[in-house]
Every structure is written in C-alpha cells, then in structure tokens.
Ligand binder design. Structure first.
Ligand code: DP6
Length: 327
C-alpha cells in the first residue's frame, strides 16, 4: 500500500476576522469568523509516509524547513499519526504559487491541503466537518479552506473542539465577487498571527470588546452574502478588519502590520466609493490590502489601484472551491 496523496487547497480571506483563541492547545477560536475561499492562488501538497527515513522531511517551495520552522508541521503530522495509529515518518512537499508568510493566508491553504492529503494517505475516514476540525489544529483559518465559496467558522462550545468547524454559507458561484490583492512590500511579515493574537489577548484592553463584537458582525455579513448586498458587506468587512487591527495595535507592545502604502490604499478605496466604484478593503496579519469589488467593475478598480504610487503587484482572485485531492 502506498501511503501517499496530493491535495490542492486555496487560501481564504476573512470578511469577519478571527483574532483570538479560547484554547491554545486545541487551537479553538474565541469567536466565529466568515470568509471567502479564493481561486487564483493555491497550495499543492504531497505527503508520503515512508519507512526508509529517520524523521520527517518537510520541503516548502523547494526548500527544506529546519531550525524549528518545521515544528508546526511536525506537530500536525504527530497528531495525524496518533489518530491513524500509523507511526511512520513523512515526506511533505508543498508549493505555494503566491508569496508565503506575507500575510497572504498561506497557512489557511497550507494546513487545509496538508490535512486532506494526510487523511487520504493514512486512510482516515472523515467527512468535511471532521476534516475542518483537523485542519483547525494546524491553523484556525485552515478550517475554513476545507470548503469553497462563502464559509462560516463556528467557534463551538465543546472543550475538545469537536464542534469548532467551518460550515458552508453559499457556494463559489453564488456571487461573482473579485478580490484584488495589492502587495505593498516584498518579504515576510514581522510577527506571525499565532503569537500576535495571543499577545493581543493577553495585553490589549480592547481584546474583549473586540471578541464581543464579532457575533453581530457575523449575522450581518451572513445575511449580506446571501442577499448579495454589497454595501452592507462592505460596511461590516471594513469594520471587522479595523476592529481587529485596533485590538492588536492596543496590545503591549502594540502590533502594527500596516505600512504607509497600506494606509494610502485604505483612503484610496474609500475614495473609489465616493467616485461611484463599489469596493471595500480588508487587511490581515501583514501590510497587504485586499480589495473586493463586483466582477463588472474589476478592471476599473484595478486601474485606479495601479495608479497609486508604490503599487507594483496586484494578484487577481475570485471565489474558489474547497480542498480537493488530485492524486
Ligand atoms: C488575520 O489562522 O493564521 O488572517 O490559528 O494561530 O494559525 P492560527 O492563526 P491564523 O490566523 C488568521 C488571522 C487573520 C484573520 C483570519 O483569517 O480570520
């Protein structure tokens, strides 16, 4: 038997953000979140459990991960080994077709693809909810990339996290939205989201008010998605993004992901609306700005963004499918 599988997953962008955990061991979110899975960016991961190797070998974008950078993935493989009872080292080969660790949600597609490839390679029989629970153990946002289209992450109540998984809201063909990912710098982000959200939880006076504000935003966003109500989605998505960043900025020491261009783009997007182009922004744990608009206005919106000084790269994405096995 060949214990090998390859999966492809797409990153997702949260429209209502996840920022804070109620339990770090099981990686349980303190509140729900709501996202769109994106086609146009993808991670392909092949995992093979082998008996001819002393330990796990993790290759990300053709480079071997070492010196602790492989820890998170090895921990995840350990979890998979303990569930399956198959105690073999693994070779993991993963490739992103977009910048890794730059706040472009590579952990969402990365752990979704790894979880799906592992369960197939190890013969673990799971449905989408259980697969989402497993992906969550790798990274909270990965739980959402198991599914395509518009997705809601349920925070759950169970202590073991068995009810903390993603559920579908609307499929990827429900609404022809476009996402323009405007890269404001090259290189990796300064502080990873796991550490930053923990620092926010532990030290920010705005953390609890932020968490308390999430359920209402999810209600509003869910309805806006189902009704294809762009204006309402724009309002709630920008609000959620700014509140998340405000809670992080108020941590001690403060966490600031934005650069000057990030701020310029925020104002530019708001001006676009004043000019009659429907667009809104969201920003994750990095300086890049994701701009959403409807398909028929994407060229006009992109042209406006390209005209901003300092912008060189824009990645186009649209609603995409959930994780799938390709081999
Ligand atoms: C800002 O999913 O990377 O992108 O669960 O610790 O791996 P861990 O965190 P992660 O956090 C994502 C944070 C965010 C917002 C979001 O995607 O909801």
């Amino acid at each position: 038997m060949r214990r090998r599988a390859t999966a492809v997953a797409h990153p997702n962008i949260a429209l209502v953000k996840y920022w804070g955990k109620r339990n770090a061991e099981y990686n349980l979110p303190a509140a729900g979140s709501l996202s769109l899975t994106l086609q146009g960016l993808s991670t392909q991961t092949t995992v093979e459990f082998v008996d001819h190797q002393p330990s796990d070998l993790i290759i990300l974008n053709d480079r071997v991960l070492r010196s602790g950078h492989e820890r998170r993935i090895v921990d995840f493989l350990d979890l998979m080994r303990s569930i399956s009872g198959i105690n073999l080292p693994a070779v993991v080969r993963s490739t992103n077709d977009f910048p890794t660790a730059a706040g472009l949600a590579s952990s969402s597609s990365g752990f979704a693809a790894l979880a799906a490839a592992c369960v197939v390679a190890l013969g673990i029989d799971v449905g989408p909810a259980e697969l989402s629970v497993l992906a969550r153990r790798g990274s909270g946002s990965a739980a959402r990339s198991i599914l395509g289209g518009f997705v809601e992450m349920q925070p759950g109540l169970a202590e073991d996290g068995s009810d903390a998984y993603a559920v579908p809201i609307e499929p990827d063909d429900h609404w022809d939205l476009r996402c323009l990912i405007v890269l404001t710098t090259r290189g990796e982000k300064n502080i990873g989201s796991t550490r930053a959200m923990e620092q926010t939880r532990a030290t920010s006076p705005y953390y609890q008010p932020w968490i308390d504000s999430v359920p209402e935003d999810i209600e509003v966003a869910r309805r806006a998605v189902t009704d294809r109500d762009f204006q309402t989605l724009a309002t709630v998505a920008e609000r959620s993004c700014l509140r998340m960043h405000a809670s992080a900025m108020a941590a001690d020491p403060g966490i600031i992901y934005w650069n000057g261009l990030t701020t310029t783009l925020i104002h530019r997007v708001r001006n676009l609306r004043a000019d009659g182009l429907a667009a809104f922004f969201t920003i994750d744990a990095g300086p890049h700005v994701k701009v959403f608009c409807e398909a028929h206005q994407v060229s006009a919106v992109e042209a406006m963004l390209r005209a901003v000084d300092g912008v060189n790269d824009i990645i186009r994405a649209k609603p995409g499918p959930g994780v799938h096995i390709v081999e």
